[in-house]
Design a protein around this ligand. Structure first.
Ligand code: G3H
Ligand code: 13P
Ligand code: ZN
Length: 316
């Protein structure tokens, strides 16, 4: 069942966070739905601009609609990840998405407000909800590249003003994370002090944490042992998710870790069976491993076991 993130956030706020997972293909879609059903968790399927143009955006929509039929117990939102204004408008017009993210965080404050407000007005008119972003995460996204020195934590006073002026429904804050597999070079971590201040200024308002992959070291080791070259990859400690959730983070974005699962499964499969050229044996292993991975993340997020309660709430 497709719901909006507003409904999911209402149930989760202050208690746990909803996992927001990016998908690009059939195997990820099947593993994602299976893993959420296995762990009885509500979730968010995210589609990036890059995912929408990987094959054809309609293919992704069809896969999600079909997965909804294959897994009728599932409760999830369909969300555009890191949209620009034109992509947000396209998703709003499509009638398929339940929420969009407008990411104008690379623009100056006033321009970010202006663009975000236009998207909010268009989305609200059609019953969709909007995630916006303020502050600059480090790392690489599809249409924005931010170096570590340019990354900028969200200013709590600006966050309050931004939400008031734009009417957005949730806010992605920069609190020390970055996208990709190389998040921290030393002992840096999440800035809970900044998060606390944002929550004080925006009580009961859903916050979003991007760049939340953990980059498990055993996964990196296995990839490197099977021929990969990921040196110095490091991520967010998943044991900090619950503390972030208590401080208002209701959506936690994870993409890179899933790609690592894909990379490990396929590298090991071809190393261990070099004569194989059939895509299905590794594909089957990946779907199983991805489902296991999703269920494990949901335990850390606290969303595992919440599915029945959320379904009862949205059916009221
Ligand atoms: O934050 C970006 C997400 O990980 C999506 O990545 O734009 O390469 O699909 P992508
Ligand atoms: P990771 O690169 O840490 O998985 O972050 C994903 C993300 O923020 C998607 O919007
Ligand atoms: Zn992101």
């Amino acid at each position: 069942m497709i719901v909006t993130t507003r409904e999911l956030f209402k149930h989760a706020y202050g208690k746990y966070a909803i996992g927001a997972y990016n998908i690009n293909n059939l195997e990820q879609t099947m593993g994602l739905f299976q893993g959420n059903i296995d762990s009885k968790a509500p979730f968010i399927v995210q589609l990036s601009k890059g995912a929408r143009s990987y094959t054809n955006k309609l293919m992704l929509e069809a896969m999600i609609k079909t997965a909804d039929k294959i897994f009728p117990e599932s409760v999830f939102a369909v969300h555009l990840d890191h949209g620009d204004e034109a992509t947000c408008m396209d998703c709003i017009a499509s009638g398929f998405y339940s929420s969009v993210m407008i990411d104008a965080s690379a623009e100056p404050f006033e321009k970010n407000i202006e663009i975000t407000k236009r998207v909010v007005d268009a989305a609200h008119a059609k019953g969709l909800v909007v995630e916006a972003e303020l502050g600059k995460l480090g790392g690489v996204e599809e249409h924005v590249k931010v170096s570590e020195s340019d990354a900028k934590l969200t200013d709590p006073a600006q966050a309050e003003e931004f939400v008031k002026k734009t009417g957005c429904d949730s806010l992605a804050c920069a609190i020390g994370t970055s996208h990709g597999a190389f998040k921290f070079s030393g002992s840096q971590g999440l800035h809970f002090d900044v998060l606390e201040q944002i929550q004080k200024r925006l009580p009961n308002f859903p916050l979003v944490m991007h760049g939340s992959s953990s980059v498990p070291q055993d996964e990196v080791e296995r990839i490197n042992k099977a021929g990969g070259q990921l040196k110095g990859a490091k991520g967010v400690d998943a044991n900090q998710f619950r503390r972030a959730a208590q401080l208002g983070v209701t959506k936690i974005n994870i993409d890179t870790d899933g790609r690592l699962v894909w990379c490990r499964v396929h590298r090991e499969a071809f190393r261990d069976d070099p004569a194989n050229f059939d895509l299905r044996p590794p594909g089957k292993v990946f779907m199983k491993e991805y489902a296991k991975f999703i269920a494990g993340k949901n335990e850390k997020l606290g969303s595992a076991g919440q599915l029945d309660a959320v379904r009862a709430l949205v059916k009221k």
